[in-house]
Design a protein around this ligand. Structure first.
Ligand SMILES: Cc1cc2nc3c(=O)[nH]c(=O)nc-3n(C[C@H](O)[C@H](O)[C@H](O)COP(=O)(O)OP(=O)(O)OC[C@H]3O[C@@H](n4cnc5c(N)ncnc54)[C@H](O)[C@@H]3O)c2cc1C
Length: 427
């Protein structure tokens, strides 16, 4: 079992700009080489701005290259809950933004001829408790009425036509959801930025930022750059201004990729061929790849050391995979990896300006589509176009005791695991 991301390991190589090409001034500096930053850099070039992208390590080396590979529409949480909290109009427009975000990914793939197996496979959200069934039905009715007449509620034998498992009693299908090879998409996007005339520097962190006359002075270990505008697209934002760190909690999520199977075996296990998301408190997400592997993810070990955590998580996910899909033959795990999700308290992303610096982040595990979409919107805002930022004006308070929050994760994890165990005993 390799402790590396399948997406990164099987992506083409990428050659960044040579350090000697670092310019002294530029229209825009984009900090962060994940999907948000790359998408913003591409749009900035299309709008005629000179642009430098600074990446601390390698492009798409963090969440963008380490995720579950789902490009799902729909909100991360329940639509009915969002209607209660935000009001029907706001919840509906947010839901539509996620649809637009999936469309944006598809357009980027097509316009830049990125070879990444993009496919509209649909998402299946499945429940195993009576409470899940009730929640899915409520979402279905609300979505049909307000936001998405294409969603479909299934139960009983219909579940069997999607998944060879007796674990689930109900499901909601979102046909607009998609998937792709994340490493090939990310590298393709980075190559498109370079082709459009953008500069990308890897192993070049932003180490400081000062506002000055008409812009910002951005420090890197290789020199300073003066920029009219700066976009922070730094994901969990552990390495940068503390204002962002105080608002985002990095929460680990883990993934395994099986060895390739023959196509019929996988089709028998997942006849629906969709991205699947379960509804337990410690939930799982899975999908097939173009080379017939199963990519299976979830919150696994809550311990805080990286390598031991990855190995322990691999074993926990394998057990969860066997429980969830008992029809799966005895397959080997080829890859196991983890990544940090940029979690906000309400699981909704944030994008706007802080002291004149633009930012977009906080997608809370539901961001392969929104990062691409929001990168484009923030590039437009930086270019002086009328704001089309759908997240403008959302308040973003500090996480209480943010420094301590991650220390409590193992306790929180144990609590939710115990809760799942007790709930699963329901008659
Ligand atoms: C394990 C896991 C599974 C997930 N599964 C899914 C999924 O199936 N579907 C879905 O929609 N979403 C999923 N997500 C979330 C999704 O991957 C992210 O929301 C999205 O990729 C965020 O992109 P980003 O560009 O904003 O951030 P990132 O990809 O994290 O990129 C931020 C970049 O900024 C760089 N950086 C940070 N600080 C600095 C600095 N000071 N200077 C220079 N560079 C800096 C980092 O090195 C990093 O490369 C998952 C996330 C994880 C971790």
């Amino acid at each position: 079992m390799k402790l590396t991301s399948y997406w990164l390991e099987t992506a083409p190589s990428f050659t960044a700009s040579p350090i000697a090409a670092l310019p002294g001034s530029v229209d825009a500096v984009v900090v962060g080489g994940g999907f948000s930053g790359l998408s913003a850099a591409l749009r900035l070039r299309q709008l005629g701005a000179s642009v430098v992208l600074l990446e601390r390590e390698r492009v798409v080396g963090e969440a963008s290259g380490r995720n579950g590979g789902h490009v799902n529409n729909g909100l991360a949480g329940s639509f009915s809950f969002a209607c209660k909290n935000l009001g029907v109009d706001k919840a509906t427009s947010l839901y539509r933004v996620f649809n637009a975000a999936v469309d944006a990914v598809e357009t980027v793939v097509r316009d830049n001829a990125i070879d990444c197996d993009f496919e509209r496979c649909g998402k299946l959200k499945v429940g195993n408790l009576q409470a899940h069934r009730a929640a899915l039905l409520s979402d279905y009715e609300k979505l049909q009425k307000e936001a998405d007449p294409d969603v479909k509620f299934i139960d009983g034998q219909q579940i069997r036509s999607e998944l060879a498992s007796d674990l689930f009693n109900s499901g909601l299908i979102y046909p607009q959801s998609a998937r792709m090879h994340m490493g090939r998409f990310g590298v393709g996007l980075a190559q498109s930025v370079m082709k459009a005339g953008g500069l990308i520097f890897e192993n070049t962190p932003m180490t400081g930022i000062k506002s000055g006359k008409g812009g910002f002075e951005v420090s890197t270990p290789h020199g300073r750059i003066f920029a009219k505008n700066v976009l922070m697209a730094t994901g969990t934002s552990r390495h940068g201004p503390s204002w962002f760190r105080q608002r985002i909690m990095p929460v680990g999520s883990f993934i395994v990729a099986t060895e390739p199977m023959d196509a019929t075996t996988l089709e028998q296990v997942m006849p629906g061929g969709r991205n699947v998301v379960t509804m337990q408190n410690i939930h799982n997400y899975f999908r097939a790849t173009a080379d017939n592997r199963l990519i299976f993810g979830g919150r696994a070990s809550f311990s805080r050391s990286r390598t031991t955590t990855d190995i322990a998580s691999g074993h926990m996910l394998l057990a969860a995979m066997r429980r969830t899909l008992p029809a799966l033959p005895d397959v080997k795990i080829d890859y196991c990896w983890g990544g940090d999700v940029d979690m906000t308290v309400d699981r909704l992303p944030r994008a706007g300006q802080w002291n004149g610096v633009y930012y977009t982040m906080g997608y809370s595990g539901h961001g392969t589509q929104m990062s691409v979409y929001m990168g484009q919107r923030m590039a437009e805002a930086m270019s002086g176009m009328p704001s089309t930022n759908p997240l403008a004006g959302r308040s973003w308070p500090k996480i209480p005791f943010y420094g301590l929050a991650s220390h409590f994760l193992p306790v929180v994890g144990a609590y939710y695991r115990a809760k799942d165990y007790v709930q699963n005993l329901e008659p």
